[in-house]
Design a protein. Structure first.
Length: 83
């Protein structure tokens, strides 16, 4: 089902399905949902899509965002001075 949905959405949006790393994107949203907050997952995916469409996303954007979500608690604590 997910493969068919991905293909249909890509066709509808004029996106080459070969450019979509579905598994990496799903891993990213899983990390964000569990590490940050659930509503941040679709927002992050949307923002990533905007950045990629604008050409401003770095080539390793998915990996960088995944790492950011994984270290979210520590980064927030550091920013607040809790450490």
């Amino acid at each position: 089902m997910l493969g068919e949905w991905t293909a249909l959405v890509c066709r509808e949006l004029g996106v080459d399905p070969a450019r979509v790393d579905r598994d990496a994107l799903l891993d990213l949203t899983k990390e964000v949902a569990h590490g940050v907050t659930r509503p941040a997952a679709p927002l992050t995916a949307y923002l990533l899509g905007l950045a990629q469409g604008a050409g401003s996303a770095p080539p390793d954007a998915v990996e960088r965002l995944t790492e950011l979500a994984q270290r979210w608690e520590g980064a927030v604590a550091e920013t607040r001075g809790d450490r």
